[in-house]
Ligand binder design. Structure first.
Ligand code: ZN
Length: 453
């Protein structure tokens, strides 16, 4: 084949079920994109070079994770942190995190990306806010690992600049000064941020939360995002402790704080978004601010329930995230879809929230939070990011509706995952990853961190 030859066309044929309009006959993939949706009983309009028989597979758009902290895979189920709500949980882990080395962080990133891929996730958003001595180039490591794994990455350059000494929550060892943060933010934007459709790596700016950054950093980050055309992300409305902190420190509630620092616009998406009142939801919706719902973490830390339905009705995109692996304590987004269904049903009732809503949050909703119209749905012209699950395990036996079964019976491991037209998971294994060796090295790094190696 010469360079001018068209790329081969792959027909993912006659799936058991597919989450897409008029594509019961499957999809044709060419290069990185879906070029055709095939109706039931039909054949592709043009000849194909290859066929993948998908009669055992339920096909959904690749899941999109819009909030995570991959470094936290090193401190899962940590004895200092379990059974605590957010603030005491954070203060306990702040004593451990400064010891994370660049090598350990690389393994943590690789492990989280692999876990995400295996759960059917094709776009990994991460909020990385830990830059102690030795980890100053964390974003670079995350981008290198994303490129090696083949997952689509949305890395946000997080930050903490307000230490205990200045009234913040983190210790001095975990903060950087505002100028260092802004300089590095600009560096990674210039190096890695791809604004083109089909981008495999994008960068956002993500000062960690009101209780650990300065207002100046929030304002300057918004200005930098405007100049570089990138998204803004932060934690907001996660706990009542945060409300109390903002009132005591700034004399305002978190949403007023967000408005004052110039973040009330469609560039912004927030992690958690739980403790908003009706008027605040209306303001966020009008401004087009997105919210990443993190059901597993919110239940683990007992933070509360994001008002997903009211936010969507008000105009806010709602996506889904696993949140950090120390408050989840895994990186499995498909499990997150099930948790989203359950907690939202508890809040809104069984008839108001369906498995399709939960899947929509994890796909289209997440894509909207990231400002992307090229991923999140299976349709002609979009990127070929697909997750294929089989229903061969005992837990699915007797299930009738295949798409409902994925969520209700608890699918948690994809059989095949495609990112930008390339298979990244085959037969339930991540391509190019020795999972056993990775687990061993990652476990050793975590033990070393904990002082038990
Ligand atoms: Zn978080």
């Amino acid at each position: 084949m010469t360079e001018s030859d068209p790329k081969p066309r792959l027909w993912i044929r006659d799936p058991l079920a597919i989450l897409a309009a008029d594509a019961a006959g499957g999809v044709v993939v060419q290069g990185s994109r879906i070029v055709e949706c095939v109706s039931a009983g039909a054949r592709p309009a043009d000849p194909v070079d290859e066929t993948f028989e998908a009669g055992r597979h339920v096909v959904i758009p690749g899941l999109i994770n819009t909030h995570h902290h991959v470094f936290q895979t090193l401190t899962r189920a940590h004895p200092l942190a379990i059974d605590k709500p957010l603030f005491p949980w954070l203060k306990a882990l702040y004593t451990v995190w400064p010891r994370i080395t660049a090598d350990a962080f690389r393994l943590a990133t690789r492990l989280a990306y692999t876990e995400l891929l295996l759960s059917g996730c094709t776009t990994a958003g991460d909020h990385h806010y830990l830059f102690p001595k030795g980890l100053e180039r964390s974003v670079d490591i995350q981008v290198e690992e994303a490129r090696a794994s083949g997952i689509r990455a949305f890395v946000t350059r997080g930050s903490m600049s307000l230490s205990e000494r200045d009234g913040g929550l983190p210790p001095e060892s975990l903060v950087q000064d505002d100028d260092t943060i802004l300089e590095d933010s600009e560096r990674v934007l210039n190096l890695f941020h791809d604004r083109a459709p089909g981008a495999m790596v994008q960068i956002g700016l993500a000062p960690c939360s009101p209780f650990n950054v300065t207002k100046r950093l929030m304002r300057e980050s918004a200005a930098l995002a405007e100049r570089h055309d990138c998204r803004l992300h932060t934690h907001l409305g996660e706990t009542l402790d945060e409300d109390a902190y903002c009132l005591a420190m700034f004399g305002q509630r978190p949403v007023d704080y967000l408005e004052e620092v110039g973040w009330m616009g469609p560039r912004t998406w927030l992690a958690h978004g739980i403790h908003f009142n009706d008027a605040e939801i209306a303001r966020l919706g009008r401004a087009g601010v997105g919210v990443c719902h993190c059901p597993t973490s919110n239940m683990t830390l007992a933070s509360g329930q994001c008002r997903t339905c009211e936010l969507e009705a008000a105009g806010s995109p709602v996506g889904l995230g696993v949140d950090g692996s120390a408050s989840n304590d895994s990186s499995n987004l498909m499990e997150g879809v099930r948790h989203a269904l359950m907690i939202n049903r508890l809040t809104y009732g069984a008839e108001r929230v369906s498995h399709l809503d939960a899947l929509r949050w994890a796909t289209e909703g997440s894509a909207a939070c990231l400002g992307r119209s090229d991923i999140g749905r299976i349709e002609e012209g979009r990127e070929a990011d697909l997750a294929l699950f089989t229903l061969d395990e005992l837990r699915f036996s007797g299930a009738h509706d295949p798409l409902a079964a994925l969520v209700l019976c608890g699918a948690h491991r994809a059989d095949r995952v495609m990112v930008a037209g390339a298979w990244r998971v085959i037969d339930g294994q991540a391509v190019g990853i020795d999972a056993g060796a990775l687990r061993e090295a990652h476990t050793a790094a975590a033990r070393h961190l904990f002082g038990t190696a």
